[in-house]
Write a protein that binds this ligand. Structure first.
Ligand code: NAI
Ligand code: MG
Length: 363
């Protein structure tokens, strides 16, 4: 059986970091019977230059047929003048929307070798391993009405609407509990039930899903603002945090900064299980963007892209041993003092993108 991996390197440093992932997949194919078949397509600005759209219909077909997608990054000043709905980021938004990727997973892991590089005390973050599960396709970013109304008296009214329906909360709650089951069995749900109806209802639904389907696990509720404080004060108290689109956007960026560089952080976006194939749609990508300031120099840190591959092995293919081996290889490279420039420290050896990829493959 072959497994189809669609590679969408994108713009800027995307292709540079994806090249290291391609080498690792080739190595996995040699070392196991994984049988990954890689296909590469354009997305973002490079797709716009090629066909006038940030993702072509042909690429969307490939995406729908793939077993998993690895996505680099999109965007750059070159496309600043492009119409809003054709800008590079619209390619990623279309993939998320059409594939219904409703669960965004952002792990915050602190590698021992980097524990001293955050502004936080070592003991606060050493050994940190938490997972933020953000609802990605609903909430205030998409709710209608969404408009700016001219009130005619020199005043305008800007309106965004937070909307959550039962099924949206149910499926993100189940995703969080399923993920926690394979971890330390604890879910913290964050919202603002004290001031928002959607927060009140969110709490009600998450509580019911816990009671009816996951009663053996631990559930705790926290107001999202207080949760933000706790994330910075004592992040190791958490295992899985589940939250809505807006709070998740902010809380996952806060969590990211606990761990050091943007060049280290992977993410996964998971969708519904396809009724025909029985497979869960999934896209894996680094948290960082296309880093135009360093693109083309061969110095980008490929570890976020490589850690995204590890997430792909774990969540799309249940290749837990291979995922762990890859994550250990990242940690070992860092322990050995090998660094790209963004995480460089005194006494370490500086390498480029390919050098860091080599270090992971050699571990
Ligand atoms: P960015 O993440 O591309 O870069 C921010 C800073 O971090 C830069 O100084 C960059 O050099 C550095 N950096 C990022 N990734 C790195 C890596 N792997 N290794 C070493 N250094 C790294 O964010 P920025 O500058 O705000 O956006 C640049 C472009 O990327 C924009 O067009 C933006 O719209 C796009 N973008 C795309 C995303 C995506 O494709 N999912 C996400 C975020 C931004
Ligand atoms: Mg954000």
């Amino acid at each position: 059986m072959t497994t189809k991996l669609l590679l969408l390197p994108g713009d800027g440093i995307g292709p540079e970091t994806m090249a290291e992932v391609e080498k690792l997949v080739a190595l996995l194919n040699e070392a196991s019977d994984a049988g990954f078949e890689m296909e590469t397509a354009l997305v973002g600005g490079s797709a716009y230059d090629d066909c006038g759209k940030p993702v072509s219909d042909a690429t969307m077909d490939l995406a729908m047929q793939a077993d998993a997608i690895l996505f680099g990054a999109v965007g750059g000043a070159k496309w600043d003048g492009v119409a809003y709905e054709l800008r590079p980021e619209a390619g990623l938004l279309r993939l998320r929307k059409d594939m219904e990727l409703f669960a965004n997973l952002r792990p915050a892991i602190c590698y021992p070798a980097l524990a001293g590089s955050s502004s936080l005390k070592r003991e606060v973050i050493e050994g940190l391993d938490i997972l933020i599960v953000r609802e990605l396709t609903g909430g205030v970013y998409f709710g209608e009405p969404k408009e700016i109304i001219d009130l005619g008296n020199g005043q305008k009214r800007a309106v965004d609407t937070q909307v959550y329906e039962t099924y949206e909360i149910e499926r993100i709650a189940r995703a969080a509990f399923d993920l926690a089951r394979a971890r330390r069995g604890k879910v913290t749900s964050m919202e603002k039930r004290n001031v928002m109806k959607s927060g009140l209802y969110w709490t009600e639904v998450v509580t019911r899903i816990h009671r009816d389907e996951y009663a053996d696990m631990q559930l705790e509720h926290m107001l999202a603002d207080s949760g933000g404080m706790q994330l910075v004060r004592a992040p190791k108290q958490f295992d899985v945090i589940v939250t809505d689109n807006l709070f998740g956007d902010m809380l996952s960026d806060i969590a990211a900064m606990l761990t050091g560089s943007l060049g280290m952080l992977p993410s996964a976006s998971l969708g519904a299980v396809d009724a025909k194939t029985g497979k869960r749609r999934a896209l894996y990508e680094p948290v960082h963007g296309s880093a135009p300031d360093i693109a083309g120099q061969g110095i980008a840190n490929p570890l976020a892209m490589i850690a995204s591959l590890a997430m792909c092995l774990r969540y799309s293919f249940a290749m837990t041993a291979e995922a762990e081996a890859l994550e250990s290889a990242i940690a070992e490279g860092l322990d050995a003092g090998i660094r790209t420039v963004d995480i460089m420290r005194d006494g370490c050896r500086q390498v480029g993108t390919a050098g860091m990829g080599d270090a992971v493959r050699d571990s």
